[in-house]
Design a protein around this ligand. Structure first.
Ligand SMILES: O=P(O)(O)OC[C@H]1O[C@H](OP(=O)(O)OP(=O)(O)O)[C@H](O)[C@@H]1O
Ligand code: HPA
Length: 185
């Protein structure tokens, strides 16, 4: 099946957050997160691929500017697989670094229904993480979120529509758009 075209989606999509607003939100988040690591322990910074990549990079620099060192690793768990609705979670890569006794900071693009980050957080806890903190660029506002998950740090709240850009894909396209768009009707 050929994927719907990004250009067609952009023709009717709305910009919900532009680049300047997102950059400011990430700076604010870094300011909020920094004091959680004042004890000098280096957190294990886990990027949730693929969508979390641009946000995680920007947040890492903003934390570095505030004097916080991070140890990097990543995981890839996906339940949308290039589609606009989710199904079962598939783990494509697990971090190689031991989490035993570590403070883990997860960076992802979006908390939508919460299944992905709930499973990821449980996995980190099962691996012996001493603490798991979650930072997401966007949280979707609706009442379908699973019980037992919330983000500790949120950049922006997005409406209940399929969103893309700034790491998030439209059929694996548009991840490097420097704004968040909501898909039109
Ligand atoms: O809260 P949920 O409803 O579980 O959805 C959020 C997850 O979905 C997206 O990942 P996706 O499965 O699209 O994988 P990708 O990052 O590789 O695109 C996104 O990056 C989050 O990890
Ligand atoms: O609205 C979304 N857009 C992109 N990826 C997603 N993963 C969960 N929800 C979304």
């Amino acid at each position: 099946m050929t994927a719907p075209k990004l250009a067609d989606a952009l023709a009717t999509a709305q910009v919900v957050f532009d680049k300047a607003t997102l950059e400011a939100a990430i700076e604010r988040m870094a300011g909020e997160i920094r004091p959680a690591y004042d004890d000098g322990e280096v957190p294990l910074y886990i990027t949730v691929m693929n969508g979390g990549l641009p946000f995680a990079a920007q947040l890492a620099f903003a934390l570095g500017e505030r004097g916080l060192d991070l140890e990097f690793d990543y995981l890839h768990a996906t339940r949308y697989r290039g589609q606009t609705s989710g199904s079962g979670l598939a783990w494509l890569h697990r971090p190689a670094t031991s989490m035993q006794g570590r403070k883990v900071l997860l960076a992802d693009d979006i908390l939508d229904e919460g299944h992905t980050l709930l499973a990821v957080r449980h996995w980190c806890e099962d691996q012996g993480a001493a603490e798991v903190r979650i930072a997401v660029l966007a949280e979707k506002v609706h009442d379908r979120c699973v019980e037992g998950i919330c983000a500790d740090h949120v950049g922006v709240r997005v409406p209940d529509a399929y969103v893309f850009g700034y790491g998030m894909d439209y059929y694996e396209q548009g991840r490097n758009l420097p704004a968040i768009y909501a898909l039109g009707d």
